[in-house]
Design a binder for this molecule. Structure first.
Ligand code: FAD
Length: 394
């Protein structure tokens, strides 16, 4: 397997690096390192302006086909972009849900009208999206969705129900909602994938305060919320298929640049250990070395997936590896810092390491918890007997 980059790829890398260096040295210099999981509250408006700056220079949606406003870049160059973006410590993007999840879903399943209506505004970062999947009774078991939608005549869907853990709903203009549209249907039958505007009376967003003391996800209540009848993706009743496709995109290529950020965190932890003397503790030393080795394994696995189909099992392997690694890194950070990790200021003002530790508890849950990833691998790759599902006579 040849994993070396071509001269064109290396030239592209130089172009991306130079552009980012220049763009992040002027008015956006202060944004380096801001945002991301557990830190979404940081400089949202400024990061929105940064995303729009990227859009104006053709650096959003770079893997999308050109007919939809993308650049149609090959996979390796998309990876290079994500790597260089992370290496420059550029701020976390604000429109992850539009660019990485909804956009590719619309390209695959949307009508021409839906594509024309929504894709340009995702490319230009003019409309932000959130993901309305999870409910109080439907997380890992997503087929248990009970939010309902029914057609009011031929003109509109009327949506009633509650979503939970909806990241960035408080800043989103639109939500892609999985709702039950066939009365009396159960499990994955009779669901539809609706596009619902957030700015209306029937939508209420209530922030949930997280362990980190900040809030980036929410409860979302739909009470007679309305959306146009034609804003159903993939046809009424086909929501399960479309929702699963979106999850495939969620665990896709954008996570690859992540390792560069992980390496930066690990390097910083090495520095802390050297500074406070724990580096010489044989147990800590061993765990740091182990973390470095495992990160290399994650990197090599990511490179391997590039040369193979982006099959669901690859996405599940990748999620299992990075989520477990990063959560363990959070624990190791607390161990390295010892008693310093146990105290905060009077207003629960956590430092970066404490916030990182607390948020990494979520790594093995969001985007599909690790147990579910193991089920996917067991059943679809190893072909082990299927787990009993609810209502299958357990
Ligand atoms: C930071 C964060 C952001 C999120 N953002 C969004 C968002 O934007 N939109 C959205 O829709 N959702 C979002 N979620 C929700 C996320 O998708 C769910 O938390 C996840 O699917 C798990 O569902 P649950 O929380 O209901 O846990 P449950 O499904 O109740 O699972 C709890 C635990 O039970 C165990 N478990 C459950 N089922 C099985 C099984 N079949 N086999 C073995 N063990 C099992 C696992 O240990 C699991 O961790 C977010 C979650 C987090 C933490």
């Amino acid at each position: 397997m040849d994993l070396s980059y071509s001269p064109e790829d290396e030239a592209f890398r130089a172009e991306v690096r130079a552009w980012l260096e220049e763009a992040l040295s002027g008015e956006f210099a202060e944004l380096r390192g801001l945002g991301g999981p557990g830190r979404e509250h940081e400089a949202h408006d400024e990061r929105l302006a940064w995303d729009r700056h990227l859009a104006q220079h053709g650096w959003t949606c770079i893997g999308w086909p050109t007919e939809y406003g993308g650049r149609g870049l090959p996979l390796f160059q998309q990876v290079i972009f994500h790597e260089e973006y992370a290496r420059a410590n550029a701020p976390a993007r604000v429109n992850h849900f539009g660019e990485e999840l909804l956009g590719p879903t619309l390209i695959a399943f949307g009508t021409d009208e839906q594509k024309q209506r929504f894709l340009p505004k995702i490319v230009a970062v003019e409309e932000l999206w959130c993901q309305g999947y999870s409910e109080p009774g439907a997380g890992s078991d997503l087929a248990n969705v009970s939010t309902k939608a029914k057609l009011d005549g031929q003109s509109a869907w009327v949506v009633d129900g509650q979503k939970v853990w909806t990241s960035l709903a408080h800043v989103a203009d639109w939500c892609f909602v999985v709702a039950r549209t066939e009365p009396g249907s159960t499990r994955h039958h009779g669901l539809s994938y609706l596009l619902v505007p957030m700015d209306q009376e029937g939508v209420e967003v209530r922030p949930i305060i997280q362990l980190t003391g900040t809030s980036e996800f929410n409860e979302v209540f739909f009470t007679g919320a309305r959306t146009d009848a034609d804003l159903v993706v993939g046809g009424a009743g086909n929501g399960w298929k479309v929702a699963m496709a979106t999850l495939g995109f969620e665990r896709g290529i954008s996570t690859i640049g992540q390792q560069v950020g992980f390496q930066r965190e690990l390097d910083a932890l090495f520095e802390v250990a050297r500074a406070n003397g724990t580096y010489d503790d044989p147990v800590i030393h061993d765990r740091l070395a182990q973390a470095q080795v495992e990160l290399e394994v994650i990197r090599l696995n990511a490179l391997r997936t590039l040369s193979e189909d982006q099959a669901p099992q690859q996405a599940s392997i990748s999620k299992l590896l990075w989520a477990g690694w990063h959560r363990t890194l959070g624990e190791l950070a607390m161990q390295v810092r010892g008693a310093d990790s146990l105290t905060t200021g009077p207003d629960y003002d956590l430092d970066e390491w404490q916030r990182m530790f607390l948020f990494t508890r979520a790594d093995t849950i969001y985007g599909g918890c690790v147990e579910i990833q193991r089920h996917v691998l067991a059943e679809r790759v190893l072909r082990l007997p299927r787990e009993q599902r609810p209502r299958e006579g357990r």
